[in-house]
Design a protein around this ligand. Structure first.
Ligand SMILES: [Zn+2]
Ligand SMILES: [Zn+2]
Length: 114
């Protein structure tokens, strides 16, 4: 169980989210990890998790435990495509492309289903 809960932030996420958001996501992941290894409530619905997440200022978004249920990663279902240079960023959840810019050229992004 713990083995599958690795902390992975890929470079494309760093580019599209920006460093602050990635740091918050890492904090979120560490909340899971911290509570999990202590045998505490580490899932999203657990009050201990919510309290710790708030305390450390972690992101609401999770990379590895969607809804605290399944431990399989979600498939990528969307991609952001830069309208200027064509760089693609894979996404598991629908997001608003207007809130992000291309990490390579700062061009506008479009959202596509895949
Ligand atoms: Zn999570
Ligand atoms: Zn671009």
């Amino acid at each position: 169980m713990l083995k599958s809960h690795r902390i992975e932030i890929n470079p494309h996420q760093l580019e599209a989210y920006g460093r602050d958001e990635v740091e918050k996501i890492i904090k979120h992941e560490l909340c899971h990890y911290h509570l999990h290894i202590r045998g505490r409530g580490y899932q999203h619905r657990d009050p201990e998790f919510k309290a710790l997440l708030q305390k450390v200022g972690g992101s609401r978004y999770c990379q590895s435990l969607p809804d605290g249920k399944g431990r399989k990663p979600l498939p990528y279902r969307y991609k952001l495509v830069c309208k200027s240079c064509g760089t693609e960023y894979l996404r598991k959840r629908k997001i608003d492309p207007k809130r992000y810019r291309c990490g390579r050229c700062a061009g506008k992004l479009g959202l596509q289903n895949i």
